[in-house]
Ligand binder design. Structure first.
Ligand code: ZN
Ligand code: ZN
Length: 99
């Protein structure tokens, strides 16, 4: 199974730190314009091909046990369904992606 970047339209950051700085910048811009900033959480893209990179998500990020293979894997919180969703990963059937 090959996992490509699922979020080609999202901005990619080379490190988690850069993603944090990117989020801080967005916050600054939104607040300067008098807007309401919704928190953005950095997460490592589940793609296994190409360079490692991070994106920003409006969903909380964490680690949960995959229901398919039983391994601890990065996950995001689906606030609509009120449950954690494990990101797609290699050698596993789950294909879940972040909103
Ligand atoms: Zn990506
Ligand atoms: Zn799995």
């Amino acid at each position: 199974m090959t996992l490509q970047c699922r979020y080609p339209t999202k901005r990619a950051f080379r490190t988690r730190e850069e993603a944090r700085q990117g989020a801080a910048l967005i916050r600054q811009r939104v607040e300067e314009q008098g807007g309401w900033y919704n928190p953005l959480y950095p997460y490592r893209c589940p793609a296994v091909h190409g360079e490692k990179h991070w994106h920003l998500s409006r969903s909380r990020q964490g680690t949960k046990t995959c229901r398919s293979c039983g391994e601890r894997r990065p996950a995001w919180f689906d606030s609509r369904r009120q449950e954690w969703v494990v990101y797609a990963h290699e050698n596993c059937a789950t294909q879940a992606v972040s909103a």
